[in-house]
Design a protein around this ligand. Sequence first.
Ligand SMILES: N[C@@H](CCC(=O)N[C@@H](CS)C(=O)NCC(=O)O)C(=O)O
Length: 203
Amino acid sequence: MPDYKVYYFNVKALGEPLRFLLSYGNIPFDDIRITREEWPALKPTMPMGQMPVLDVDGKKVHQSIAMSRYLAKQVGLVGADAWEDLQIDTVVDTINDFRLKIGVVSYEPDDEVKEKKLVTLNNEVIPFYLEKLDDIARENNGYLANGKLSWADLYFTAILDYLNYLTKTDLVANHPNLRQVTLNVLDIDQIKAWVEKRPKTEI
Ligand SMILES: N[C@@H](CCC(=O)N[C@@H](CS)C(=O)NCC(=O)O)C(=O)O
C-alpha cells in the first residue's frame, strides 16, 4: 500500500473529503496540518501553491476533487461503469459549484456589495441548489448517485460543515433526503471512528 500524507490547514473544508475517503478504506495516512505561520515557507513547495495536497509515496498531487476521485478508486466508492461514474461526477461538480457560489459571497471584502449579494444567495441560489440536490437524493433513496453509496456522498458530507459555517445555517435541516445522505455516511463505522478521533475544528 502506498504511503499517504494529507497536507492541509487545520480545518475540514476541502481537506476533509480526502480524510473521509482514506478513513473509509482503513488506509493509514499522515494528517499534516499546516499553521498560517508555517504556510508562506511551504507554499512554494506545493504543486500549485495551494492545499490540500496528497503525497503518495513522496509524489505530491493537488486538486481536491481529482484526488478524491483517485482515492475513491482505491477504496471501491466509484461507479460500476462509465455511466455511473458520470452520475457521481455531475453531482460532485454541482456540489463544488454550490460551494464556490457560497464562497464568493462569503469572502466578498466590500460590505455593501456583500449585503446585496447575500440577498440573492439566500433567496435564490441556496434554495435552488438545495432543492435540486434534495431531489437527487430522494430519487436515489438517500444517496447522491446510482441509488447506492459512492464518493459523492462522502464528499458532500465531508464539506457540509464548511458550507454550514459559511452560511451560518444548517443547510440540510429542511431537506430530509439530503440529510439522509449525511446520516448514511456518518453511520459508517470507519467514518464514525474518524469523526470521533479527528482534531476538533470549527470549520
Ligand atoms: N481547486 C483547489 C482549490 C484549493 C484552494 O483554494 N486552496 C486554498 C485553501 S481552501 C489555499 O490553499 N489557500 C492558500 C493560498 O492560496 O495561499 C482544490 O479543490 O483543491
